[in-house]
Design a binder for this molecule. Sequence first.
Ligand SMILES: [Zn+2]
Ligand SMILES: [Zn+2]
Length: 129
Amino acid sequence: MSRRRDDRSHSRPRARQGAESFRCLHCRLDVSMSAPGTAHRNHCPNCLHSKHVDDRVPGDRASDCHSRMEPISIAVRGDGEWVIIHRCTGCDELSANRTAGDDNPLLLVGMATRPLARPPFPLERLAML
Ligand SMILES: [Zn+2]
Ligand SMILES: [Zn+2]
């Protein structure tokens, strides 16, 4: 299954260059769309930021927002797969995106452990329950 760029209404600024790629809106890395472990890459493997291009269906490229999306959390699916929760800096939309094989593991683990590293109450209180 290949996803072709839709040129009809909204063309992205970066021209085609064989394999699709995009420039990260956050760290400016040039990112190839092909990624290990996922059909199409939708976020930067270096800083995990994304761009709001999909509307309802992942890969539909139907959104007009095109704002930067921040990774805010990790969720785990039933099969144990990690997904990154992105929040759009333009319209506050949330989306869940599969991690890729070369995503920055430090950032992934950092996001997954952040709530435990900064508990809203003293953890010692759990021991008294
Ligand atoms: Zn980046
Ligand atoms: Zn948006």
